[in-house]
Design a protein around this ligand. Structure first.
Ligand code: BES
Ligand code: ZN
Length: 461
């Protein structure tokens, strides 16, 4: 260990309580980007983050407006001759329903058994926060960072990063960098450290089926009009085959088939299907035939209904034909699928399968591109070395099922190599009730970044 890292370790041990307090305060702000009534909270989280960045010693900190929620920017650019790292994360979080399944309310952080529970604890406030403390530890103890850093923290990642590309475009001149590091992914089964090399893309759409101008008595009108809820059920049933393959015409046309080598890389990762099924409470796993679970998650596209509503939802019975019915449907995309084309295919398929007697509308809510990188970039190798030094074993390389639209943007728009270096436990309940972060991963994450910057500072090759 270098002298600097030694001093940083001491500093980090001493500051653990203060750090946890600040982490908790960040988690208390309900920055749900998808729900407009939380816009003031998202703004407050941006301000909080900006203040914490300044307190960490970062410079040029700014809450930068977009047409949606702001981007928080800050930098430290005095490591002459050293590479510049663009660090990306997001301070917004997912909605929290169903509330009754939370042991404690989602924005009242609870520490128990070495974990911190709250919405955003893992995805992604905890991982943004650990980056601030890695910088702070360097600056407080050494008065410098070994690399130049530019932090870009988004407030709309969980709602599709709809304004982010435009912000990137408008801020190109202050985003010059040698690589991007994103901590918004996690470890592998049993909490083995991991570096993510693949993410899926996304198309998120809504289907609206409308029938009569208002709800009707189902005795008087049943048999006389099309029922929008029945129609929606028929449409949705037609989107997938019973075996899990997507039935949308043309859906698989652009899918890049896995090579033999890729399949053997997947096969090397030991994954326990039965245990996952037990952990998440299902009788068995289910998905497209012909592929292993990790292949299905990392390299095959899917179509899922994310939400479904219409008609009577209250207690007891109400005999109506509902006026309308709705579904939120999303597809995860893999190389080389094009989100816009996939949406068109989905839309065409839904409209073609709409039964008579109702009107059907299909509209795009958001989309994002997949990304896939190699493992052999020197910046990835340095990340692997830092992970091993802190967590005691080398990382596995994963192709993940989730999406981070910004990851593709950094590659495509800024031509940066992207290293996805995340620390959340594999069962972190992200997007679900009782989301949590392991505090040892969080603390280890800080120490990994500390070492990573040191390694990058001494050269990228
Ligand atoms: N942290 C996730 C992305 C992720 C999930 C990475 C699983 C690795 C494994 C991120 O915050 C996220 O949830 N993204 C959304 C993006 C969408 C709204 C465009 C997702 O994947 O649903
Ligand atoms: Zn998320």
């Amino acid at each position: 260990m270098s002298e600097a890292v030694d001093a940083i370790e001491t500093y980090l041990a001493r500051s653990a309580d203060e750090r946890l307090e600040q982490y908790r305060a960040f988690l208390r702000i309900p920055s749900i980007s998808a729900l407009s009534q939380h816009a003031p909270d998202v703004a407050e989280a941006a301000r909080f983050l900006a203040e914490a960045m300044s307190a960490s010693g970062l410079e040029n900190v700014e809450v930068s407006a977009t047409e949606g929620h702001p981007v928080v920017y800050g930098d430290w650019l005095h490591a002459e001759g050293a590479p510049t790292v663009l660090v990306y994360g997001h301070y917004d979080v997912q909605p929290v329903d169903p509330l009754d399944l939370w042991v404690r309310p989602p924005f009242e952080p609870r520490v128990e058994g070495g974990c911190i529970y709250a919405r955003g604890a893992a995805d992604d406030k905890g991982q943004v926060h650990l980056h601030l403390w890695a910088a702070r530890a360097w600056l407080e103890t050494q008065g410098r960072l070994p690399v130049n850093v530019r932090y870009v923290f988004e407030g709309e990642e969980e709602s599709g990063s709809v304004n982010f590309d435009r912000w990137l475009e408008g801020n190109r001149q202050r985003l010059a960098a040698d690589l991007a590091v994103i901590s918004d992914s996690g470890f592998f089964q049993d909490n083995h450290p991991a570096i993510t090399i693949g993410l899926r893309g996304l198309v998120y759409a809504q289907i609206d089926v409308s029938g009569p101008s208002q709800d009707l008595h189902s005795g008087t009108y049943g048999g006389l009009v099309q029922n929008p809820a029945n129609a929606l059920a028929a449409i949705l049933a037609g989107l997938r085959q019973p075996d899990g393959r997507v039935a949308v015409a043309g859906f698989y046309d652009e899918v890049r088939e896995l090579s033999q080598q890729e399949r053997s890389e997947f096969a090397r990762l030991v994954f326990d299907d039965a245990r996952l099924a037990a952990d998440i409470g299902v009788p068995e796993l289910f998905g497209e035939p012909g592929f292993g679970s990790l292949e299905r998650r990392g390299a095959r596209p899917t179509l899922d209904v994310n939400g479904l509503w219409g008609g009577f939802q209250g207690e007891g019975s109400k005999t109506i034909i509902p006026a309308h019915a709705h579904a939120k449907v999303s597809c995860r995309l893999v190389p080389d699928m094009d989100p816009k084309r996939t949406f068109q295919l989905l839309r065409d398929h839904v409209l073609a399968s709409a039964p008579p007697g109702v009107e059907v509308d299909v509209w795009l809510i958001n989309d994002g591109l997949w990304s896939l990188t190699g493992i052999d970039h020197p910046a990835t190798e340095a990340a692997a070395t830092a992970l091993e030094a802190v967590f005691g074993e080398p990382p596995v390389y994963l192709r993940e099922g989730g999406s981070i639209p910004a990851a593709a943007s950094f590659g495509a728009m800024l031509q940066l190599p992207v290293v996805l270096l995340g620390f959340t436990p594999p069962d972190d309940h992200a997007h679900s009730p009782n989301e949590f972060m392991r505090l040892d991963n969080y603390e280890g994450g800080i120490r990994t970044i500390v070492r990573y910057w040191e390694a990058l500072g001494s050269g990228l090759d």
